[in-house]
Write a protein that binds this ligand. Structure first.
Ligand code: NAD
Length: 318
């Protein structure tokens, strides 16, 4: 028997990679309902889906900000049976808070947080009734740790985390699994869209010092982090598949081990001071050190991709 997997935000990035990966499963265990807000953008998915199209992968419209759209998509699924929901659609937002209109802030929360709530309202009742199902949510490492100039985005992912932590307690009672996937930076359209938005941002309400920190420091920092640590959407999809396949799926799964010490620090100090000052130093004071370690990481990743193994050991001193 196959499982119906509904994924949101499949026109690009992680959603697209995961949809294709599951549709091409050698054992044909999944029927993927790959959804997207704008069907005019289905070209890249169709191309990558290849022969699986209309066999193990169907493309359907779904806008997570619209309840009717979610319901219509559900109604077209045989018996409305979603075995695995992957709530993936999301948008980023960077910049000083003074640059964002309330409409922009509400839009981010509407897509990233309320979008998840709309989906869960539709699929959770029948999963409970059937006493099976899996809800996998694309959170972020920024659902665990705040980051400079990501205030609203972090708030949206923290909301996602709190929502799922609460719901997981009820889900356990009904044999339904909930998992949060927490990637670090991933090289997708996401990053490009962030910088495009910055180019048209209104900085008129921002003081000079804040503006300098953002434009002079943060932008370079962000690009460095994406280029040194950025995973591919396919790598993240692989982690997602492991979570889906697990006989006891984990509640949380970080896709990049570099962030684990930082998030652990948070739990080590309930006052919050330790992680806050560690992160502050990491970002502001030790940026040279940080850049140096990013370069090293970049080199290690480059070697890994070419199967060159770890760096050779230095010769022993005479
Ligand atoms: P992406 O921009 O390539 O994909 C996001 C998708 O969501 C797009 O296809 C977009 O069209 C879709 N979307 C936006 N609004 C929508 C709506 N109203 N209804 C339906 N779909 C909508 O970026 P990505 O990196 O693949 O992001 C996927 C998820 O991963 C997001 O939730 C994001 O927050 C999360 N994430 C991304 C990164 C990263 O660095 N790229 C890191 C951690 C978490």
């Amino acid at each position: 028997a196959y499982k119906n997997v509904l994924i949101t935000g499949c026109s690009s990035g992680i959603g697209l990679a995961l949809a294709v990966r599951l549709a091409k499963d050698e054992l044909k265990r999944f029927k993927v309902i790959a959804t997207m807000r704008d069907m005019a953008k289905k070209g890249p998915l169709e191309e990558k889906a290849g022969e699986t199209l209309e066999k193990t992968l169907q493309i359907r419209p779904l806008d997570v900000t619209c309840e009717d759209s979610v319901r219509q998509c559900m109604a077209a699924i045989p018996d409305q049976r979603v075995d695995i929901l992957v709530s993936n659609a999301g948008v980023g937002l960077i910049g000083p808070l003074e640059c964002h209109s309330m409409a922009t802030i509400q839009r981010v929360l509407d897509i990233n947080f309320l979008g998840l709530v709309r989906l869960v309202q539709e699929v959770f009742p029948s999963m409970k009734q059937r006493r099976q199902g899996h809800i996998m949510v694309m959170s972020s490492i920024l659902g665990q740790q705040g980051l400079l100039f990501n205030d609203v985005y972090c708030a949206s992912k923290f909301a996602v985390e709190g929502f799922c932590e609460s719901l997981a307690l009820q889900a356990l009672k009904f044999g339904v699994n909930i998992s949060l996937l927490e990637p670090g930076p991933v090289v997708t359209e996401f990053e490009k869209k962030l910088y495009e938005e910055v180019a048209s941002m209104d900085f008129s309400k921002v003081d000079d010092e804040t503006r300098d920190i953002f434009q002079g420091f943060y932008m370079a920092y962000s690009k460095d982090v994406f280029s040194a640590l950025g995973q591919t959407p396919e790598e993240v999809a692989e982690h997602a598949v492991q979570v889906i396949e697990a006989s006891k799926p984990p509640f949380r799964c970080q896709t990049h081990s570099v962030y684990t010490p930082l998030t652990t620090l948070k739990h080590a100090d309930p006052s919050g001071q330790l992680p806050l000052s560690a992160f502050h130093q990491l970002v502001f004071q030790h940026d040279r050190l940080f850049r140096a370690s990013l370069s090293l990481l970049k080199m290690l990743q480059w070697r890994k991709r070419r199967d060159l193994g770890p760096l050779p050991r230095p010769p022993a001193p005479p």
